[in-house]
Design a protein around this ligand. Structure first.
Ligand code: ZN
Ligand code: ZN
Length: 355
């Protein structure tokens, strides 16, 4: 559908047809295990951008473990019905009255951080990732498992030219979160980083870490992920419970497995940081205090600021980051999530919508 077709002239007056034009969308009504195919392909009204928003014709949408947590209900439903997906790449086909930042036709990405309030104590302290009143794409605002999606213009990112749509999609969450996790890990060139779990975020984080001169070891259970880690320059690769032969300056756990926390802490050097990269994790077992002593730090990553996204996309284009993707059709969203759940995706999964 072209922009021209969004309008019609009725008795000389321009009438918006969006509310009449329907789009295909994968919607979630009731969370359930993805094997039960809780996403339903429906016809819905094309969204209408508010004054400060843009409407994006979706080319592709990356799939993320957070989508799985939304669909399966680990993240409690906040709306009776939601379109998941927060790594949305597409072009602007319509703008609200006050939306002036991007040109019509610009290629942009809609990320997880959909909108913040700008006035709460966290927003005022430069920690908008912790905003008390934030909206999240694909969770508390409709996302990109659909032909169209809308978002505030100041929360979408221009996509650097060196990436095609499919390559760009996993950068928008997995990439940005991996980047923020790496920043919070507080490493210097020459340091050794351990990465636990090597999916979409891990395979981007290793490329940034290597670019910054760090050595990386990877623990991941899937043989295919281990192979990819070696190809991307890991110095040592082992299974989830294997012990790397070196002590770590920092570790990042991307796998949603709390039992990895003591194992990773046991490998950290003094003052090392353990970063937990997921939005959901199984319970963390109790720890002997000596694992934390010597100023070791355990911290989670929650969302990202817009500045993280801007900085990451710049670095990603500079390196340049190469993402490995496996493409599914919009109709296959349930199957794609199932593959993700069972570690069946090499790199990152991406739904192709109009791309
Ligand atoms: Zn706020
Ligand atoms: Zn995500």
């Amino acid at each position: 559908m072209q922009r021209a077709r969004l309008y019609n002239f009725v008795k000389g007056q321009r009438v918006r047809l969006n509310s009449l034009v329907s789009m295909k969308a994968q919607t979630l009504n009731t969370p359930a295990p993805c094997e039960e195919h809780p996403l339903v392909l429906e016809d819905m009204a094309t969204p209408q951008p508010a004054d400060d928003e843009v409407l994006v014709k979706v080319s592709v949408c990356g799939i993320c473990r957070t989508d799985l947590h939304v669909v399966e209900g680990e993240l409690p439903p906040r709306l009776p019905k939601i379109i998941p997906g927060h790594q949305v790449v597409g072009t602007i086909v319509e703008k609200g009255k006050a939306a002036k930042r991007h040109a019509m036709g610009a290629r942009v990405g809609i990320p997880w951080l959909h909108r913040t309030c700008g006035v709460c104590e966290y927003c005022r302290r430069g920690q908008e990732n912790l905003c008390e009143n934030a909206f999240f794409t694909g969770y508390t605002a409709n996302g990109g498992y659909a032909e169209y999606a809308k978002a505030p213009e100041s929360f979408v990112y221009p996509i650097p030219e060196g990436f095609d749509d499919i390559e760009a999609a996993p950068l928008l969450c997995a990439g940005i979160i991996g980047f923020r996790a790496l920043r919070l890990a507080n490493l210097q060139a020459g340091d050794t980083l351990g990465i636990y779990g090597f999916g979409a975020a891990g395979h981007v984080a290793i490329q940034v870490a290597r670019h910054w001169g760090m050595k990386v070891v990877v623990c991941t259970r899937e043989a295919r992920h281990q192979k990819l880690a070696r190809e991307l320059g890991a110095e040592w690769v082992g299974g989830g419970q294997d012990t790397p032969p070196v002590r770590l300056n920092a570790a990042i756990i991307f796998a949603p497995a709390g039992e990895l926390v003591p194992a990773a802490l046991a490998l950290l050097k003094k003052a090392g940081t353990l970063v937990l990269g997921g939005i959901h994790m199984s319970p963390v077992p109790s720890l002997p205090y000596e694992l934390l002593y010597h100023e070791r730090i355990v911290r989670s990553v929650a969302n990202n600021t817009r500045q993280d996204g801007i900085d990451f996309l710049r670095v990603a284009a500079e390196i340049p980051i190469r993402t490995q993707t496996q493409v599914f059709a919009l109709q296959e969203a349930n199957e794609a999530l199932e593959a993700l759940k069972h570690d069946g995706i090499q790199g990152a999964g991406v739904l192709s919508i109009s791309g």
